[in-house]
Design a protein around this ligand. Structure first.
Ligand code: DX5
Ligand code: ZN
Length: 224
């Protein structure tokens, strides 16, 4: 059981003209959240392999790669070769989810599965025992800076119940519209890994990370 709240700043909100400096300013993060968008599964393009290699060369913080791409089955090895420490794909886009998870594990990385806001957690039934992390999207994927969808709380509670019933405790990541307020809410419902883009990359990044962690811990202490 994870009792800490982990923070994963999404570098989608970073200033790409000075990405190295931006990474240095989030040195207290637990993961770097790396959003890969293909302009097909989601209506936007972001970055991919060459940028991931440079991020890995620059710092030691583990990288949490969020693949928002069609056919992730075909790209798993490429992202592992580039250094993904945790590799997460969307259940809605995968052909063979179980095979992907097995492959990620064979290659020594951690495997995550992501769910869009419109996708039920019951789909995870047969994967719960195999995944290291479950990513619950709290916005529709494709853009940073969107507002948190409030029904995420109910979904997290359902997921917590499913995990308890199965006797498993994967990391529960929430992504989209995370602020100190929503951090507290999602952690009170079982989340323990928070992605934040716009709430980290403004003002004092280290302070923002620390504030999110404090808010998340407060939520974890008030389980609902
Ligand atoms: C959305 C991405 C998120 C996004 C979060 O598709 O998966 O990781 O960058 O950004 P904020 O925290 O600004 O909602
Ligand atoms: Zn993401």
């Amino acid at each position: 059981m994870q009792h800490e709240v982990l923070i994963a700043p999404s570098i989608l909100s970073a200033d790409f003209m000075c990405l190295g400096d931006e990474l240095d300013r989030i040195a207290t993060a637990d993961y770097i959240h790396f959003d890969v968008m293909d302009g097909n599964f989601v209506p936007n393009l972001s970055f991919g392999i060459p940028v991931l290699k440079q991020v890995k060369a620059h710092c030691d913080i583990p990288v949490d790669v969020h693949l928002m791409i069609r056919n992730p089955d075909e790209m798993i090895d490429t992202y592992l070769d580039a250094g993904a420490d945790m590799l997460c794909f969307h259940i809605e886009a995968a052909q063979h989810a179980h095979r992907i998870i097995s492959r990620i594990h064979e290659r020594g990385a951690r495997a995550g599965v992501a769910l869009n806001p419109g996708t039920s957690v019951t789909l995870l039934d047969s994967l719960l025992y195999d995944v290291d992390m479950i990513l619950i999207m709290s916005v529709n994927p494709g853009y940073g800076g969107q507002s948190y969808i409030p029904t995420t709380a109910q979904k997290l509670k359902k997921l917590r119940a499913l995990c308890q019933e199965a006797g498993v405790s994967p990391l529960i990541e929430v992504d989209g519209g995370i602020t100190t307020q929503t951090a507290q809410e999602v952690c009170s419902c079982g989340a323990n890994l928070l992605v934040a883009g716009s709430a980290v990359f403004c003002g004092d990044y280290a302070q923002n990370i620390s504030d999110l962690r404090t808010a998340g811990k407060a939520g974890m202490g008030q389980q609902v």
